[in-house]
Design a protein around this ligand. Structure first.
Ligand SMILES: NC(=O)c1ccc[n+]([C@@H]2O[C@H](COP(=O)([O-])OP(=O)(O)OC[C@H]3O[C@@H](n4cnc5c(N)ncnc54)[C@H](O)[C@@H]3O)[C@@H](O)[C@H]2O)c1
Length: 322
């Protein structure tokens, strides 16, 4: 099959593109390189440097589907520059859906997020939970989910939205390198590499066993497998929404301790005030993904996730020095 991967020069998109190639598919990556890297595009994929808003220039009926990762995804930035998020995430996705309609490409897998739910009333979070995003990033992703539902209803699009919880780890040469980085594991690894003096722990007085926030970390390779399953499961006229997580969480302190063990570095930590809008516990119920996609994540071990991310971080540092 032939797939267009938007955002395939970024973290998750590059890992999924590599998995598609390994499964024997033909892949074109469309990316404007705003936060992605040309070397992130897997060898074997065709590359178009361009914007999803212009997707109509490249999309044609030879494609069997689109996997849509391209987005702006910094929560903090979305609060101060919401217009960037409505434009890139919502207007961009609308242009992409229009291009797909024009070209007759009728299958879509979309990167949605746990941020669509906001503060959960109950954990683990199920897909029928209320969606009350607490920041513009989550609101724009939820708006795209609604857009996709109406496209499926009106035009028979076969669509799956995958709501990722905390994506982590790496897959060989493909891993996480956001700038600025906001995700915990790569930030703690920056301390281990001497690129940062200490890690900030935002609040240690939450109602959790060690007082720090608990999050659901999912290995990016497990996540990639769900995308391939979603392409098979997608049905015309249906928009399936699935959470992707492990269903169990780790606290900030457990993550830091695991990085100490994996890297052998002491990792100094500094307790800072809580950040607004940070729920104590965010953990997914992934029962829908297991049932509807046949998804069976196998890399839930935190030490393994951190070890893969650590290997990638060292690989990138070596590449930077050369
Ligand atoms: N990383 C996570 O933990 C996480 C969690 C939940 C959801 N997501 C979602 O997954 C997707 C991928 O996230 P990521 O962490 O890989 O981000 P990333 O920033 O590494 O990748 C996004 C890619 O999209 C490209 N891009 C952005 N706007 C574009 C546009 N208008 N046209 C073409 N290309 C464009 C960027 O250059 C980049 O390569 C995003 O949609 C994000 O919202 C990520």
């Amino acid at each position: 099959m032939k797939y267009l991967v938007t955002g395939g020069a970024g973290y998750v998109g590059s890992v999924v593109a590599q998995h598609l190639l390994e499964a024997g598919h033909e892949v074109t990556v469309l990316d404007n390189l705003t936060t992605g890297f040309r070397e992130g595009v897997p060898a074997g994929a065709a590359f178009v440097e361009g914007d999803i808003r212009d997707a109509a220039k490249w999309l044609d009926s030879s494609y069997d589907g689109v996997l849509h990762f391209a987005a702006s995804s910094q929560v903090g930035e979305s609060v101060v520059k919401p217009e960037k998020y409505w434009d890139n995430n919502v207007a961009g996705s609308m242009a992409l859906l229009g291009a797909m309609r024009e070209a007759g490409v009728r299958k879509l897998v979309f990167s949605s997020t746990a941020a669509t739910y906001g503060e959960p009333e109950r954990v683990p979070i199920v897909e029928s939970a209320p969606t009350k995003p607490t920041n513009p990033y989550g609101a724009t992703k939820l708006a795209v989910d609604h857009m996709i539902t109406s496209e499926a209803n009106a035009r028979g699009l076969a669509a799956v939205s995958l709501r990722y919880f905390n994506v982590a780890g790496a897959y060989g040469a493909y891993g996480e390198r956001h700038d600025p980085e906001s995700h915990l594991i790569p930030l703690v690894l920056q301390v281990a590499q001497g690129r940062r003096d200490a890690i900030s722990v935002f609040g240690d007085d939450y109602a959790t066993p060690d007082g720090t926030c608990i999050r659901d970390y999912i290995h990016v390779a497990d996540l990639a497998e769900a995308h391939l399953l979603a392409l098979t499961a997608a049905q015309p006229g249906e928009h399936l929404i699935c959470n992707l997580g492990n269903g169990s969480g780790f606290s900030v302190r457990e993550v830091i301790e695991t990085v100490r063990t994996v890297t052998g570095h002491p990792i100094p930590e500094v307790v800072a005030p809580r950040r607004g809008g940070d729920p104590a516990v965010l953990v997914a119920s992934a029962d829908t993904a297991r049932e509807k996609l046949g998804w069976n994540p196998s890399r839930a071990d935190l030490a393994g996730i951190v070890a893969d991310a650590w290997e990638f971080a060292r690989h990138i540092s070596t590449a930077r020095e050369q």
